[in-house]
Design a protein around this ligand. Structure first.
Ligand code: GAR
Length: 223
């Protein structure tokens, strides 16, 4: 049985998707804890309702990143994690923290990395005029929004999209690819060689949102 510790900063919809998939698909894993850096993170309520241990390490109580990250690591390590899952955890992490969890910490980022690291990724995509956008699940390395990519989803950028519409389309796919990537890790099927990740036995490490479906949905919303 593998222990998962999930870190959130807000809504926690990816955390919820992982918790639900873990139960529904009978993974050999348990979500040992959900930890937030903000006491008002909405996702804490869902986690508690599922009987999952919750904790808050409030970054505002610390003078610097080093002491916050050290306190966060102490809290995480109390749950003996096999995998640390960053799910909308909006903090830049120190190298020491990242290195402590090397090979056992993953993140979901709302862009097709290496395009659009950082914040406001959906607006970045609109401004760049790309026709495909998406999300990436990757192992965390000291370079922000960089690291071996486990799985990516691609969605079309449709006429009339604003950042909110695009974010919602991408988020739907995050809820598919993130639980899938965590399950592969739990099943011990992931190998990392440099920046390349392989899954054994092989499965597609990508997801394309059905464009026909997306266009219809978009047209419906505009009507
Ligand atoms: C998700 O879209 C996730 O990809 C993004 O924050 C959102 C969290 O939503 N993460 C980042 O931007 C990290 N750089 P959620 O709290 O509902 O899972």
């Amino acid at each position: 049985m593998k222990n998962l510790v999930i870190l959130i900063s807000g809504r926690g919809s990816n955390m919820e998707a992982i918790v639900r998939a873990c139960a529904a698909e009978g993974w050999q894993a348990r979500v040992a804890a959900v930890i937030a850096n903000r006491p008002d993170a909405a996702g804490l309520e869902f986690a508690a309702s599922q009987g999952i241990a919750t904790a808050v390490v409030d970054h505002r109580q610390f003078n610097d990143r080093e002491s916050f990250d050290a306190a966060l690591a102490r809290e995480i390590d109390g749950f003996a994690p096999d995998l640390v899952v960053l799910a909308g955890f909006m903090r830049v992490l120190t190298d020491a923290f990242v290195n402590h969890y090397a090979g056992r910490m993953i993140n979901v980022h709302p862009s097709l990395l290496p395009s659009f690291p950082g914040l406001k990724t959906h607006q970045q995509a609109l401004d760049a005029g790309v026709r495909l956008h998406g999300a990436s699940v990757h192992f965390v390395t000291p370079t922000l929004d960089h690291g071996p990519i486990v799985l990516q989803s691609a969605v079309p950028v449709l006429p009339g999209d604003d950042a909110a519409a695009l974010a919602a389309r991408v988020l739907d796919t995050e809820h598919v690819i993130y639980p899938r990537a965590v399950r592969w890790f739990v099943e011990g099927r992931i190998a990392v060689d440099g920046l390349r990740v392989t899954v054994t036995p092989p499965e597609p490490q990508w997801l394309f949102l059905d464009t026909q479906h997306a266009s219809q949905k978009n047209a419906g919303e505009g009507a």
